[in-house]
Design a protein around this ligand. Sequence first.
Ligand code: ZN
Length: 299
Amino acid sequence: MSLGWLALARGTLDRVAERRRDEDWVTAAWAGSYVLVVDERGRVPVRLSERPELAFTSARRAPAGERVLLGVDEDKNAYFAVVAPLPEQEGVEVSDLRRIGALLNDLESSLVTHAVAMAAWHSTHRHCPRCGAPTKTVAAGHVRVCPEDGMEQYPRLDPAVIMLVVDDEDRALLARGASWPERRASVLAGFMEPGESLEQGVMREVREEVGLVVEDVRYLGSQPWPLPQSLMLGFTCRAAGVQELRLEESEIADARWYDREELRAAVLAGELVLPGKVSIARQLLEHWHGGELPGSWGL
Ligand SMILES: [Zn+2]
């Protein structure tokens, strides 16, 4: 069984990749487009009503900055991101993906997820990795090319595995990261290393962080996490038999097993704060729990 709803994996936009190098098409699309300004920290302008909505601007009013063609919706409206400081607009607030990613509609959630990823990439990849020359942007914001040696850079993605570990009694392991506030807890996660499979990455991370040998690694779903450039790949796995937890102290402050009732009670009592709805971590926990857990929509 796979994960159901994922806040940042609800995209319905046609990314029209085949149009990105068609400059006439891109110019015409830009003129009539909805523009989302996103700053280098991934912040975006929103209107806060009953539920937040992105505050788009027109091409005519958009500030100067890197332009990225995001795509075209079902009604053929084009959407662009512009990476620039956010302009002051009346009735408009500044927000970010963590706060609004789960609350936006499907289209806007996918737009902001893509825009934030592209802003992070452009702001940190201005030079050629081979020769250090400043690069220029082509393909409607999707490729950076070196004018000296022609090397092309594409948006970078860091795959990360995130896994719910269960034991033979179907209890779930929750851990607190060494740098997290008291009471915060989540499932384990870590970046993939070159030369390993996803399953090997899951087994290695669990062993490194809490000293457990796991098996039965199963993929459940994925979502982008452009903070700044991760792709979260969600798994479940099982620690067979009775095994001692050995925590990697530089990374994990605390870890323990919970059955469903214990977890629910701990959250309701305020002893435990779980990740927000925007995260795949929470969806892994709710998938195991068999329904919604109490607690936050925010982070
Ligand atoms: Zn170069």
